[in-house]
Design a protein around this ligand. Structure first.
Ligand code: FES
Length: 120
């Protein structure tokens, strides 16, 4: 189950989180097309934050000073119940669109590492 900004939906195992959030009707940003470059897919977890992370997400969050504050929905797959708030949406940012189509697979690499391992 995924709960985003008060809407709860069932999500197929392994669904890319940014796509699941869209499926819940939330117009979350994905301005780089889901490549861990723009950070407009950032979310703030309330429950179920994954304990693993891609290197691309780790590097981008640190580069933008977001580590510990937000996660990138394009770099997360749905494998358990999660609840979150989408921080940048079509309406909150005043965009004309949310960004280019996002692939169903995590890009650039779907290798998830324990966060503690990435810190060392
Ligand atoms: S960082 Fe751009 S869509 Fe996730």
């Amino acid at each position: 189950m995924l709960t985003v900004d008060g809407t709860t939906i069932e999500v197929a195992e392994g669904t890319r989180l940014v796509l699941a959030i869209q499926a819940a009707g939330v117009q979350i940003g994905h301005r780089c097309g889901g490549h861990a470059r723009c950070t407009t897919c950032r979310v703030e977890f309330a429950e179920g934050e994954p304990t693993t992370m891609t290197k691309a997400e780790y590097q981008k969050l640190n580069e933008r000073g977001l580590f510990g504050q937000a996660r990138l929905a394009c770099q997360i797959e749905c494998h358990h119940d999660m609840a979150m708030h989408a921080l940048m949406t079509l309406s909150s940012e005043g965009w004309s669109d949310t960004g280019p189509q996002v692939d169903s697979e995590v890009k650039p690499e779907a290798l998830f590492h324990p966060i503690e391992e990435l810190k060392s």
